[in-house]
Design a binder for this molecule. Sequence first.
Ligand SMILES: Cc1cc2nc3c(=O)[nH]c(=O)nc-3n(C[C@H](O)[C@H](O)[C@H](O)COP(=O)(O)O)c2cc1C
Length: 332
Amino acid sequence: MSSRGPSKLETPLTRMFGVRAPILVGPMTAVSEVSLVVAAAEAGIFAGLPPHNFRDVAAFRAALREIRARTRGPFAVNLIVNRANVLLSRQLEAALEAETPIFVTSLGDPSDVIRRAHAAGAKVVCDVSTLEHGLRVKDAGADALNAVVAGAGGHAGHVSAFALVPSLVDRVGLPVVCAGGVVDGRGLAAALALGAAGVQMGTRFIASAECAAPQGWKDAIVSATTDDVVLTERLSGVMGSYLKTPDLERQMRAMPAPVRALLRHPRTKSTTRKLMLLIASRRMDAVRRGERALYSAGQSSDMVHDVAPVAEIVDRILREYRDVVGDLASGA
Ligand SMILES: Cc1cc2nc3c(=O)[nH]c(=O)nc-3n(C[C@H](O)[C@H](O)[C@H](O)COP(=O)(O)O)c2cc1C
C-alpha cells in the first residue's frame, strides 16, 4: 500500500460540482468563516458559508469578496429559507451578486431560492430529514439532497443513515449526500454503498487547522467519545447535538418548566422556538470568543483523533476509502 492515496474519487456529485472528492464541508453556525471555505476550495472540495455567521449583510458581502480574492475554487452559501429569516432576500441578492456557484438550503420551502439560483446558473442542494420533504424539494427543482441523518452535528435528523439515504435514493431519484456521522474513509465507503453520491461533514472539519472555532471546541471533539454526545432542545428550542461540558449541563438545568411547557404546546411552540434561537445566537457569540463551552458536534466526534489541515483530512479520507473498498473486495 502506497502512503499517497488516490488524488480523486468520482461520483455524480463530483461531476456536478467539478470537485475532486465527494466531500462537502457543511455550513456551520458559529464556526464556518472565510478561512475554512478557502481551505476547502484549495483542497479540491467545497464548503458552505452561512450568512447568519456575519453581523450584517455588508459583512457577509465582504466575506464573499474575500473568498473570491483568495481562491478560484467553488464554495456554497447556506440559506435558511423559512419565514424566521427576515434577511433572506438580501442574503440571496448578495450571494447572487458574488456569483455564488452553489446554494445549500436549510429549513422551509426553497422554491424561490432554487428558481433564482437556477436563473443565475447556480446549483442548489437542499437539506431534508424526511422522505416527504425530499419529494417536495425535488418538485421545486433541487439539484441534490442533503440527507440530514440521526447522529449528525448541529440540528440532527431523526432517521438513521441506513434508512434515510437508501429511501431518498430509491424514491426521489436525485443525487443524495449523506449529511452526518462521517469523518473518515470508512464512513465515506459506507455512505456510497448505501447509494449516496457523497457526504457532508461538519464535526471532522471543526477539528481542522483552518477552522476558526475556539481551541476548546476542537479539543473537546478530539477527546470526546460517543458517550459525551447529548441531544437536547434546551439550548435553541430545536433538537441539537452537543458535547457534554459543565457549561452545557448548567444550561440544560437552567430551562424553567414554564418554558418547557411553552415549547410543547402547539400554539406557542413556534414563537418560543424563534425566541430561543435568537437568544441562542447571542449566546454563541460568547462561545466564539471562547468564553463559554457550548459545543455542537455529532456522534462521530469519537472517531476524530487530531486537529489536521483540511487538505490532509481529504487526502486521508481518500486513502482510507481506497483501503476499505480494497479490503471488502478481497474479503480481508
Ligand atoms: C456546530 C455546527 C453548526 C451547524 N450549523 C449548520 C447551519 O447553520 N446550517 C446547516 O445547514 N447545517 C448546519 N450544521 C450541519 C452541518 O452542516 C453538517 O451537515 C453536519 O455537521 C454533518 O454531521 P457531522 O457533524 O456528523 O459531520 C451544523 C453542524 C455543526 C456541528
